[in-house]
Design a protein around this ligand. Structure first.
Ligand code: FES
Ligand code: FES
Length: 188
């Protein structure tokens, strides 16, 4: 089947078998920052924006996105720079392995587009479809809060307020190296 998808601002032909998932097609276009972390539609690592709304791109077919605008983590990353939200993830240690990070950043983007003063409950609700298996959620929520403060023109203090945080939800935790860069867009 054929059609066209506007992927990160550029039209791309979609000429694939009907069974090809949107996440497969995206990765075939070289946008490998969109990850596949599960086969149960549970992890959110594959989150992209479809006409501005977060969707799990493993839950729909590429042909279903024909005619739509799809934005991936690459499309949210300024050339030769990082976005405010990406920098906030670094500042607040919101990632370790980085595998889940593109999904979290994509999922949080519409919230920050709507408001630069989200409550912690709003952040948790927005990110409840995304799982992180190694960082834990406290620093991820703090990163979104940090980005919102930067958007308000404030200078947040990284790692402030740790003692009173509640995790987003229970997750299995294992230790791992702390990555200081956001090379998640390059992880395949
Ligand atoms: S790969 Fe899509 S939800 Fe896990
Ligand atoms: S940083 Fe979330 S899974 Fe590793």
């Amino acid at each position: 089947m054929s059609g066209s998808i506007n992927l990160n601002g550029r039209p791309h032909d979609v000429d694939v078998a009907p069974r090809v998932l949107l996440v497969e097609w995206i990765r075939q276009q070289g946008m490998t920052g969109t990850h596949v972390g599960c086969d149960t539609s549970a992890c959110g690592a594959c989150t992209v924006l479809l006409d501005g709304q977060p969707v799990k791109s493993c839950t729909m077919l590429a042909v279903q996105a024909s005619g739509a605008t799809v934005t991936t983590i690459e499309g949210l990353t300024p050339p030769d720079d990082l976005s405010i939200l990406q920098k906030a993830f670094i500042a607040e240690h919101g990632l370790q392995c980085g595998f889940c990070t593109p999904g979290f950043i994509v999922a949080a983007t519409p919230l920050l587009d709507r408001t630069n003063s989200p409550t912690d409950d709003e952040i948790r609700r927005e990110l409840e479809g995304n799982l992180c298996r190694c960082t834990g959620y406290t620093s991820i929520i703090r990163a979104v809060r940090h980005a919102a403060a930067l958007m308000r023109g404030e200078s947040p203090q990284p790692l402030a307020g740790l003692a009173h945080e509640q995790p987003l939800s229970v997750t299995s935790v294992h230790s791992g190296p702390v990555h200081e860069d956001l090379s998640a867009t390059e992880v395949v």
